[in-house]
Each structure stands twice: as C-alpha cells, then as structure tokens.
Design a protein around this ligand. Sequence first.
Ligand SMILES: [Zn+2]
Length: 842
Amino acid sequence: MTKKILFILVLFVSFNFTEAQETYFYPNSGKFNPSIPTPEQFLGYPIGGQHTRHDRLVEYFKELDRLSDRVTVEKIGETFEHRAQVAATFSSKSNHDRIEEIRKAHLAGQNTGATQNIPLVIHLGYNVHGNEPSSSEAAMLTAYYLTASESPETITWLNDMVILMDPVINPDGRDRHTHWANMHKGTPPVADPLDREHTEIWPGGRFNHYWFDLNRDWFLATFPETKNRINFFHKWRPYVQTDHHEMGTNSTFYFDPGEEASNNPLIPDFLYKTIYPKYSEYFTKATDKIGSMYYTKESYDKLYPGYGSSYINFYGGAGFLFEQASSRGHVQETTTIPLTFAFTIRNQFTGSLAIVRASLAEKASLLQMRKEFFTVSRDQAMKAPIKGYVFGDANDPTRTNAFIEKLLLHDIDVYEVPNSKNYYVPTLQDNNIMVRTVFENQITYKDSSFYDASVWSLIHAYNLPYTELKAAITPGKKIEALPATAPDAVLKSNYAYLVSNTDYNIHKFIFQLQTAGVIVQTAFRPFSSNVNGVKTSFGYGSILISVQQQKISPDQLFEAVSKASASASIKVHSVGSGFNAGGPDLGSPYNRTLKKTEALMIIGTGVAASEAGEIWHLLDQRLGMPITKMDILNIGRADLSRYNTMIMVSGIYTLLDKNTVDRIKAWVQAGNTLITIKGGAEWAIRNGFTKEKLVVSDTMKGMLMRQDFDRAPEIEGAKSLGGSIFRVDLDTTHPIGFGFTNRKLAVYKNSLTFLQVSANPYATVAQYAAEPLIGGYVHPTTMKKLKGSASILVGAEGAGRVIMFADEPNFRGTWYGTNKLFLNALFYGSLINVPQPMVGEE
Ligand SMILES: [Zn+2]
C-alpha cells in the first residue's frame, strides 16, 4: 500500500468515525466550531474505543482552554501520585471577563434569593470511583459540546450560566483501572465476563492511592483530593452538583429522585418534593429519546453528607446521582445484549446535558430552594433548645486541632472561649444544618436499612469532651486559622526527659526517637515528678528517656529529643532527679523499655482493602512510619523472624495454606504480636490462634417466623449494622488504654463481629456498656448480642499474644479518638503479658 493511499484511508476512516461519533452521542445538535477538536480528533481514537489516560484527558481540557474563550481550566491540587486535579469553567467570553465579580455577586445574593440577574452557577463532577470510567469520557464529550456547539441553546447556557466541571474526581484510581482495561483489551474485544479485562486484581481502581473510597470522604475530608475539592465548592457554592457512577453490568441507568425514605429530615422538603421531581422530567425525556432503560425512586441514600451527590444538599443546593450499568472494560455480555463502553458513556453524557438544560429552565426554583434553606436553617436554630457547643481537650491539642480543621473546612464558624482552652460553635449561624450534622447524636430516620452509616456525629470520632449549651455565650475571637501547637523548646537534661502521652502525636514522637537510636521507656504506673520545682503528674504510659542509659551521647540525645518534640509538637519535660514525688521512681521496674515495632500487614486478594488502607494511611501520613504491606501470596515464603508484629484486618484469608497458618501460629507462640481487626479477629478465633471466643447467635436455634418472600430485603437489611456509635468502658491502666483520660469512650461499629468477654479477668481491655448506643440505628437482635460484649481482647498465646478489635479503630481515617487504641497495640503490644488469675479465687 502506498503512503498516499494509506493517508486517504486513514482520513476516510477517521472522518467516518467523527461522523459516527456525532450521530451516536449528539445527533441533530446543529453546527460545531470546526477549529475545536473533538475528543476523538485530539486523542486519536473514538470515545468508547479505549480508556483515556488521565494525562491525556487533562491535555484535552488544556487544549480547549487554549483554543476557546468559553473555557478556562485551573489546577486545584494534586493527588498522592502527583496527578493534577483540574477544574474547568464554561461560560461566555463576557462572563469570563468578569468572572470574579459574578462569583462575589452570586455568593452575596444567595441567602436572599437575589441572584436572578446573575449567571446561574452549577457544578458537574465525574468519576469518583476510579473503575467507573464512563463518566470522565462523558466529561470530555460534555466539555467539547459546551466549547464547540454553535446552537442557540448552548449560546444561551453560556450567557446565563457558569458551568463548573471536575472531570476526574479520583485520578489515581481512574488510571489504575484505565491501564488495566487497556492492557487487557483484545482485538476483537472479548465480552466474556470472566476475561481478565473485566476482572481487575486487588485492590481495584475504585479507591484512591490509600485504598479509600472518596465517595465517603466529602464529609470526613481525610484526603487532600477532597479538601481541594471542598475548598473549590465553598469558593463557588453552586446550586447544583452532580456525581456520576457505575453499578452492576446487568442493571440499567439510575437517576434521581432517590427513595423517599432516605431524605434527610434536617433538609427542607422543597428539595425532595419540588426539585428532584422537576429534574426527573428532563432526565426522563432525554433518556426516553435515546431509548435507554432506567429506574428511579428505588434506591440510593442521601442521608449521609459524605457523598458527592449529597454534600451540597447540606448547603442549600441540589445534588444529583447518576448510576450507569458498567461495561467494566470495552464490551461485556449481559443477560440481554452485550453492553459497550460507548453506550455507558452516552447515558452519562445525555444525563450531563439534561442537568444543564434543567438547571437553567428551573433557575427560579433553585433560587427559591436556597432562600428557603437559609430560612429553615435559621428557624431550626431559633427553635432548638441547644444554642451552641463548647468543646476541646487541653491534654491533646493535636486532636482538638484536627477537629477544628474539619469545622473550618465545612465553613462552620468557630470561636475561642474567653479565659479557656476550649472552643465554641454557636448554632445560630448560616451553616447550622452542618453544625447539627457534626454534633447531634441522633436524627429520626424513616428507614432502617442503610446503604452506609446511620450516624455521623463527628465530635465522637474525635473523642472530644463537649457540652451542649442551653443559652448562647459571648464568644471570644473567631478562629480563622488553626491554633498553634508548637511546644516550648526542650531544656537540656543530664538525667532524664519525661513526656505525658495524652497527645495524639505521641506515637509519632516515639517512632522518631526509636529511629534515631534512642532507648525509650514507658510507665506502667502513674507518677509525679518535680519539673523545675513544680510537681507534675504523668499518667499511665507516660514516656521516659534516661540520659545515661543510651547508646548515643547526651548531646546526640538532646538533639534527637528536640527534633522529635518540634516535629510531633510534643511537650518534653527535663528533670534532674529520678526520685519521684509520688508513685514509682524513674528507675522502678514499672518502667519498661519499648521494643521498636517491626510490622507487617497482610494484604491482597480476599483482604478488605479499605481497612488495610486505613492502617497504611495512618502510619504513612500521620506517623511517617513505614509498614510492610505483604501480599498474601508471599507470606508462605517470608522470613517472619524479622517482624515482631503482624496485622490482619477483615478478610477471608483462604489463600493462606495450612502450613503457612501453622507457621504464623508458631511465630505468635514464640513471643510476637498478632493484631486483628473485625473479620481478622473472627478468622484468628476460628483458626485456633487464641482461646478467646465469639458471641454465637442463638436466633437460628428456633424456627424464624414465616414471612412473605418480598419482605426479605427490608427485614434482613434492618439486621445489618451499617454504622453506629456505641459507648465502651476502657481499661485505662491497660497498655492499649494508655493515654486515655476517661474510661468512657465512643467507638464506631459497622460489622457483626461480636467478641465474648474473656474468661481471664485481665484480658478484656474494652467492653460495651449495658446501654451502649450513642447514636445511629441498631436492630434489637443485634443489640442483644452487643450489650456487655467485648470490644477489645488480648489473648495470651504462648510467649506471644493475639490482640482482637471487634471494631475498626481507624475507620475512614477519621476516628482520631480510637486511632490511639490501635497505635498503642502496635507500639506497646510486645510489652503486654496478660496476667493469669489463680483459679477458684475471687
Ligand atoms: Zn460509584
């Protein structure tokens, strides 16, 4: 074939594709500006023919920005893997020329509905779950359409709206899946669901770098990706926000309204009764036109504020969820006809244009909705008996600050309390509904079967003491930036350094010292010491560092202690004597040397990726401590002697053969520590790692009452535990309870793992209270098992131990309150020798 013929053929083929793309995705849409490249012209393949890499997608948006005055693209941040987070703004040139003026007028007028003459601000968001890739491809088509279409309707949109777009919410996860789908794509493509293209390996592309679900993070805001996005949200406060997903291959297409039972009772009914039904008319019309099957009203939770389709509802906007059946790959068989990637993209694209069309047409309703929102929010504040909250823990500035950071991020007003180290949040403020969401324990639900959590009062996650105020107080200074936590510089000691361990960063401090070669000890009994003539108390687990009992010089030690103190914001006391004013002296046998933790966590197929990710993230980001993430297939050949701690989160662990299981058992018996969480604890008990027991269900003993077939989802759904907050009694004299100043502690439970209280009186570290519920939904049969059961156990096994957590202490990177339990297990585990009781004595 000559070069010329080849060129003509390529031209012909690509011309045809372009034509086909246009007729398939946006037929009869009028003229398009020929100087703007279609995604296909830019990428070199038709949309749907390949999964588009994140860098190529970003380049396409930049190209649109370069060629057109209808669009600007800005970088709002970066992911852990250094992928750009971009936001695009579509509007007419004249709007772009005065965009800051528009933004300010929009923000100023929103509370009163006075933005009729200001362009309507909406936001389209795509691909939060990385392996639900159709929506980002649709984002490129939508961007092209808004940039190149010459139709009168599009011109009106651009004149009368500011359309913001986040084309890829989870770039790291998306690329993980993109590479998977592209590298396994066959020519011709293989539609067999069991082809490797359609079955991603662990952990899959859904999650971000640390295996977290970013579509739970809008409220918890653990991640930079989310923080950048929330800052952008509050900068603009759009009226509408979309969130595009994918679901099972054999489903169809879902859009709002969602099920009535999941309407949040704090939010004005106008959203549910007026906005959602109105929009569904536009979605229905657009989807009927292309013949796609769909459903509405049956599912999807909007109670929880952490979703991309619900967060905005807590600020007087309307969030919209789209869920498209996934081709998970380029084409996949279904129970009807094969589902192509292009088809899934077309539905998402059709939904995107329908949102834009509906928003402008229903502008008056959107403005009314926001105005009503602020009125209702104010009414709620006026009528409520609680006028404000005072919170804070002077013993733990790091944890207190982490909570304040969340409040500020969610645009909640926080004040100092005069003459106190506490903080004040009044309920009479614009964002009262978010204040209620953060602080209140219980809202009334219409349904008991929850898609996710049923309670999310953040104050408990941070284990912060707080008071509900019946009358407003005169606030101190408004908090604009996080309070400083830097401690005074360390004074050099010739004898010892002492540190209280109540601050969140204590483990970071210990780890840094151990890494610098410092020998660190911990106090198994409280004591009080003379610090510069002042009697100072040190609680269980306080840290002491002798100057003489070190392998490094006093100068090197001073440098290491100073450095760790500054880096972890931990206050260090210097003392000149080992004779204590109260409790054991510094040389007492109650003060024991900590062993440096060498930890390994089993990950891979069968292991709960998000639970493992919580631990990886905690150690990486909050402690700067490495952890070996060992694939389950490599455990069999690993030399376990180089580790003293192993972590097993929930998982099925069937890939561990008997030989390997026996080897791990022997390793525990030899004096090492196995830390297990939830399903991991169940696995350890069932596989004979420990003598401790699970609470067994007695409900199956008798016959269950006969029920109609159709009621099963409702009845059985109510028995699961989506996520509620419970109270436990914590043994604060136990190494796992070190540093806690209150025996009452809130824990988060979202599973049906129930541990029996140990037969050994010293082995139950934390136990559920007799009336344990703080907030959330729990089924009566579940409650029966839970009451008085163990929350944390330590089983003595040979010279070693198995630590069992019934719950997830590191839940979603947010439970600062219970992180310390896990970190204590990790750092103090090797010092825990469970005392054995004398049988028959009381
Ligand atoms: Zn999703």
